[in-house]
Design a protein around this ligand. Sequence first.
Ligand SMILES: *Cc1c(COP(=O)(O)O)cnc(C)c1O
Length: 397
Amino acid sequence: MSHASQNLKRPIAKALSAECLPAIPFNKVVPLGKELEYMAEAVASGKIAGDGAFTHKCHGLMQSLFGVHKVLLTTSCTHALEMAAILLDIAPGDEVICPSFTFVSTINAFVLRGAKPVFIDCRPDTLNMDESVLEDLITPHTRAILPVHYAGVGCEMDPIMDIANRHGIAVVEDNAHGLFGKYRGQWLGTFGCMATQSFHETKNFACGEGGALLINDWKFEERAEILREKGTNRSRFFRGQVDKYTWVDVGSSYLPSDILAAFLYAQLEVRDTIQAKRKQIWTTYAIELRDWATSVGARMPIIPEHCEQAYHMFYLLMPSFAARQGLIGHLKENKITAVFHYLPLHTSEMGMRLGYNECDLPVTEDISDRLIRLPMYNGMTDDELARVIEAVLSYAA
Ligand SMILES: *Cc1c(COP(=O)(O)O)cnc(C)c1O
């Protein structure tokens, strides 16, 4: 039935529904645990700077959950990536292999140290880095490989780690999407020598702005604390390991306030509720949209059997750029915000200046044009979910 004939049949209902429906955002943060209570507790304690009681609770919880040597909360995932680049002594002339289909911070943190980005195309199924072309990109200057677990689905870590180990190259996982995801039974974020998390408001677990550095190799532990504490050994002083603290290395201020750590800790406490909710939303989309997707030539996300995904996002690959733009517009008419995702880094203004050209990474360019992400957030109601599904189903590409 066309829109015109629907309108003729139910002109009043249609006009009313369009005006009265509340907007459905792409994302919003909804506290589901003791977020506000813990923030008040932090304030009442009189201690709200970094590395307070809630920061330590977050560190302890993540260290024991994931079995990593050390977790340090940071002001953002971007800053955790910057710390990783400094810890690896990245310097001008070094090359770093990174997907082009990622957030700009993944590579910018390394470019800030003078590294040259080497962009790798993605696999057409998971949209993760295509490990089959990885070895071809390695040169004597390659210092790091940066897998990004897109949408919280693991990259092919077995071959990636094998290649990296054979060439003696560090792996830093940008795990901004992948907290609580697994690859062959192992937590994402525990494969590389370091991994970074984001607690930006758009991620599964949020405190507004925040991140973490996961350290899987003892050798980075002490220097990571120093870097994060303005280049001082203040952390050792607080543990009674030195009798005064002093300037010992380069550094900056990468500590979030304990108020933010309090919010985050409450989110992490209700991790099972949050992940179950996201799984329910994701699965409902996948079931309800399957036949429609086939009929319009859209592709659903592909989750390999050996990957337990983190339910970070639900995306569709529409058959063309025009169909993608059309669906975004159609949902907008229904007061629903759906969005595209990364513009390839290699075709950006900066990428062009680095010598890249359009057509260099065909899979990345193709999927970037066709991908749409549907609303998905921890507090999403069943009614909101049903409305998005109904609106998508009424779109004929
Ligand atoms: C969100 C995101 C980041 C940046 O996180 P911030 O905490 O905002 O710095 C980095 N990489 C990826 C893949 C992301 O999705």
